[in-house]
Design a protein around this ligand. Structure first.
Ligand SMILES: [Zn+2]
Length: 390
């Protein structure tokens, strides 16, 4: 196992720990810059850097390569050896399981994906994920360090203290699933978090939210959820960001969550498919998106009305913390302006005129990978290779 603490040591005040943490957070970094950031003497830095380099923990090179590091530009200087350890992100979606193995710089080394039947069970999902995991790990380059942590995204509220799924209306068979159960499945320490929260973390660390401290990521998908990044930190907690369960109509249908008239019952993908399908034709997500983009008047109207409802819900979230940017992810974001325009219109209408600067509204930069990359960020943070707070 090579977590950050395994390599740096537990004593956070030690020279080794301080130097390595600065290289991790700011690498590639020059010795002079290291001295400035750590407050250590140049001779102390040189000695520490030499011993870390001799052990192969840090490298000094002309160009640090394609590192998807949130901090530090590419260039000459000391950087952490990316092969020290690997982490895995797993996204259990509505019908798809996605997995990505990354090095400590979050470079994606291997990906795997598998389609499953809708509302697949916990046993089915775990057995498919275990198989993808085995296959991905066996494809890693020989010099790459072993997997130290797995981060898992699940579509339901997560009890962070007891580390279990409280309930999932998207994957009902997963209620009660624990991080321990997943640790057993993969044979490696596993951490879990809600999927919309991880989509927000993925976009914040690697995608469209990289350069802002406060952002709201809205996942417009099989369920509607939001993740809040406040001062560079993901706002966690069971049930946080559940904007899909904002009530939009007192007399609406009963939602899968048990409340009546939730946004999900009007605007999430299952509700849209039900609205666009006719007796003659049942549409799937792909054909829903295709017809939306092609401008089918009936389908476009249903989708743009739904996007307005989601934009209105997002405006209420914005009123609470005034994010600089709103990032839209999920399958419906793929439809582009047909969804983004009505979403943005409703969002702006919901803000207070003149007193609140309007957030920038953009599509996610990671497409369907935002959640799995958020799971990677979670695993890197849990193993210490990404500083807490992103
Ligand atoms: Zn609900």
């Amino acid at each position: 196992m090579r977590t950050f603490v395994d390599v740096a040591g537990e004593d956070t005040s030690s020279t080794r720990h301080r130097v390595l943490a600065a290289v991790r957070d700011h690498g590639p970094i020059s010795r002079a810059e290291l001295a400035r950031r750590t407050g250590l003497a140049a001779s102390t830095i040189t000695a520490a850097a030499q011993s870390l380099a001799a052990e192969g923990v840090v490298h000094e090179r002309e160009d640090a390569g394609e590192a998807v590091s949130r901090t530090g530009p590419r260039g000459r200087g000391l950087s952490v050896d990316p092969t020290l350890a690997s982490v895995v992100g797993v996204d259990f979606g509505f019908r798809t399981v996605r997995l990505a193995v990354c090095d400590v710089h979050a470079r994606v080394l291997v990906t795997r994906e598998s389609r499953l039947t809708e509302r697949y069970s916990n046993e089915e999902g775990l057995s498919v994920a275990a198989e993808l995991y085995r296959s991905a790990v066996s494809a890693l380059p020989a010099e790459q360090g072993a997997v130290v942590t797995v981060g898992v995204a699940l579509p339901g509220p997560i009890d962070a203290v007891r580390r279990r799924v409280i309930g999932s209306s998207v994957l009902p068979g997963w209620s009660g699933t624990t991080a321990e159960e997943l640790t057993e499945t993969f044979g490696v320490e596993t951490v879990i978090e809600n999927d919309a929260n991880l989509a927000a973390l993925g976009e914040h660390v690697f995608g469209a939210g990289r350069d802002v401290a406060d952002s709201l990521t809205v996942k417009f998908h099989s369920g509607i959820g939001a993740g809040l990044i406040v001062r560079d930190r993901l706002v966690g907690g069971a049930g946080s960001g559940e904007i899909g369960h904002f009530a939009v109509a007192v007399e609406g249908k009963v939602c899968r969550c048990g409340k009546r008239g939730c946004l999900d019952t009007f605007a999430a993908i299952p509700a849209l498919l039900e609205a666009v399908s006719t007796d003659a034709e049942a549409l799937d997500v792909r054909s829903l998106l295709d017809r939306t983009v092609a401008g089918d008047p009936r389908v476009s109207r249903i989708v743009s009305d739904a996007a307005e409802l989601v934009g209105d819900a997002a405006s209420r979230a914005c009123l609470l913390f005034a994010p600089q940017r709103v990032i839209v992810v999920g399958a419906m974001a793929e439809a582009g302006d047909v969804v983004l325009e009505p979403f943005a219109r409703a969002l702006r209408r919901g803000l207070i005129p003149d007193t609140q600067s309007s957030p920038e509204i953009v599509r996610g930069a990671l497409a369907e990978r935002s959640t799995v990359m958020g799971a990677v960020a979670l695993a890197l943070t849990a193993s210490g290779w990404l500083p807490a707070g992103g």
